[in-house]
Design a protein around this ligand. Structure first.
Ligand SMILES: Nc1ncnc2c1ncn2[C@@H]1O[C@H](COP(=O)(O)OP(=O)(O)OP(=O)(O)O)[C@@H](O)[C@H]1O
Ligand SMILES: [Mg+2]
Length: 390
């Protein structure tokens, strides 16, 4: 068996089938993948692989063993690379490879008609199959290894986030509990000493009630963050945004008076119908207005505006303040649960807002300049005109 002579005879035929195989491969990619492949990149890679494959089958034993090892490493890395990309599933890739392989063998068999030596033909087919199998196997191993690593990483992250949240929650609950315990002890001592001043007791009880309310607030917010709301679609109903915001205006009036803040609401239309949950909108607006009021100095300004998207598809609620603003470094942490710069903050307000906005299919963005102010924009989809309004 003289492989060098066979190579001279067969290689030009084998190389000549590359264009038709490439065309077939690209058709498959378009059909199965549904994405726009980078044709130039795919073509170069495909061509190089086939040139390598067709040359490898004519190598001596040692050379062929090296070619196998190279194929194994190369496709393993390729598999890992695709594992990092999310657009192709393993199933799709295997399907494409399967069809490409059948086509390849079909055309190679036609080429082998030019070689009368059956022993050579048998060896070429055997080696070709061997290389193609190595390609497939190491590709799958690389792909699954990458996916496994990703899953482990995600799992680690999940544990880390859970730990952070639990620590944050414990911290936020411990403070009010300590003060609650302190006042209960004080009342107990007073009773034991026969000092039962009803006015002082009422004061202590009011403090205890406030602390219980704080704990309750932390727990409810935490539950909003932790819950997996699978039934959210059923909870969304058509609602009129202005009505909800007017209610918020009434509610927020009292906490701006204390700080002498000018709080103004401007609506650019009489009504906006959106799909949402009124209590979500209330929570979002209250949290954001409270943040804005916290940020402004005495006599500062907070504006709540609505503006409709020019396409008429969405409405944006803007909460603008002329407060302290947020530094770019702090900006990175805003939506992390329990991130706060306030002495009495829990750092959960913005995380809750984001979760609720997400559940209603909207978006929330903050733009801020230090010492100038902050603008928060909550964008919500408008309900299509002509739909039922509850
Ligand atoms: N309008 C704003 N201007 C300046 N800083 C802001 C503004 N809104 C949010 N921040 C910053 O983002 C941080 C996180 O806000 P978030 O509402 O999540 O928590 P918090 O207000 O600190 O506590 P709470 O849980 O009581 O809302 C705040 O501590 C503050 O530093
Ligand atoms: Mg807040």
């Amino acid at each position: 068996m003289n492989l060098t002579q066979s190579k001279k005879k067969l290689l030009p035929h084998l190389l000549s089938i590359i264009p038709v195989l490439l065309e077939h491969h690209i058709t498959l990619l378009r059909k199965f993948d549904g994405t726009k492949p980078d044709i130039e990149d795919v073509s170069n890679r495909f061509r190089n692989n086939l040139v390598f494959l067709f040359n490898a089958v004519f190598l001596d034993e040692a050379g062929f063993a090296l070619a196998k090892a190279e194929t194994e490493e190369d496709t393993y890395q390729r598999g890992k690379y695709f594992g990092r990309k999310t657009w192709s599933t393993l199933h799709t890739i295997l399907e494409i490879n399967h069809h490409s392989r059948l086509k390849l063998l079909h055309y190679v068999l036609e080429c082998l008609a030019h070689e009368p030596d059956h022993q050579v033909n048998g060896l070429i087919i055997k080696r070709l199959n061997e290389l193609l199998s190595i390609r497939q196997k190491s590709y799958v191993v690389g792909y699954l290894t990458e996916k496994n690593e990703q899953m482990n990483h995600l799992h680690q992250q999940k544990i880390q986030v859970m730990g952070q949240m639990a620590a944050g929650m414990a911290h936020e609950i411990r403070n009010p509990l300590t003060s609650f315990q302190g006042f209960l002890q004080l009342m107990k001592q007073n009773i034991e000493r026969g000092q039962t001043d009803p006015e002082a007791f009422l004061r202590y009880l009011n403090i205890c009630l406030d602390e219980v309310k704080t704990v309750e607030g932390v727990v409810s917010n935490f539950l909003i963050l932790a819950r997996k709301n699978e039934d959210v679609e059923n909870q969304l109903h058509p609602l009129e945004l202005r009505t909800v915001l007017n209610r918020i205006h009434e509610l927020t009036k009292h906490f701006v008076i204390e700080k002498d803040v000018l709080l103004q609401f401007h609506f650019d239309a009489d009504s906006y119908w959106i799909r949402g949950v009124p209590s979500y909108i209330e929570q979002i607006a209250l949290n954001l207005i409270k943040n804005a009021v916290d940020a402004v100095p005495i006599g500062g300004q907070v504006m709540v505006n609505t503006c409709q998207d020019p396409t008429g598809k969405s409405v944006t609620i803007q909460i603008i303040d002329n407060g302290c603003g947020i530094s770019p470094k702090r900006m990175l942490h805003l939506f992390e649960p329990f991130y706060t710069t306030k002495e009495k903050g829990t750092g959960i307000g913005l995380s809750v807002c984001k979760k609720l906005v997400d559940e209603m299919g909207g978006t929330i963005e903050l733009v801020s300049t230090e010492n100038i102010g902050t603008c928060v924009e909550v964008k919500l989809q408008l309900e299509a005109v002509g739909q039922d309004k509850a």
